[in-house]
Design a protein. Structure first.
Length: 157
């Protein structure tokens, strides 16, 4: 697979497995890192980490007021979603093989979402790129972080 200057090949008889996810996939990668102890590395790109907070941040004020009026508040939604929160479980992938990258100007997944995951993961290597949610492919620092993550797990040359 070729993406930018990063080239990955699936090798027959591979002995390791890593996970790399972007946006919602970054959330899924973070969640999987807490559930699967067999992963060799995890790279969470522009990851959401708290969907209750995202919902209440991005919804129009009138909708939020309506939800709260009906007894649906951020704390209650957080409690319900806790069972699928990467922030509620310890990661099983060793810290030195956890990687995160995020956009400094992201309006979809704001910095606090990424920072919460980064802190929960014991501050692993993180790369902030000067762009928006979908511009990660244009940034050499992101490609370097992905390559570094795969090499740390012996998944790339």
């Amino acid at each position: 697979m070729v993406r930018g200057s990063l080239q990955l090949e699936c090798a027959e008889g591979a002995t390791g497995v890593g996970v790399y996810g972007l946006s919602l996939g970054g959330y899924n990668a973070a969640l999987l890192a807490s559930l699967d102890e067999g992963l060799d590395c995890v790279i969470a790109g522009i990851p959401a980490s708290d969907f209750a907070r995202l919902f209440f941040r991005h919804r129009p004020t009138l909708e939020v007021r309506r939800a709260v009026h009906r007894g649906i508040d951020e704390e209650g939604v957080s409690d319900v979603l806790r069972v699928v929160s990467p922030l509620a479980m310890a990661p099983r992938v060793p810290r030195e093989r956890r990687f995160v990258f995020a956009a400094a100007a992201d309006r979809i997944v704001p910095a606090d979402q990424v920072l919460d995951l980064w802190r929960h993961w014991e501050r692993p290597r993180i790369e902030w790129y000067p762009g928006a949610h979908i511009t990660f492919g244009a940034h050499a620092g992101v490609r370097s972080l992905v390559e570094e993550g795969l090499r740390a797990a012996d998944l790339a040359d």
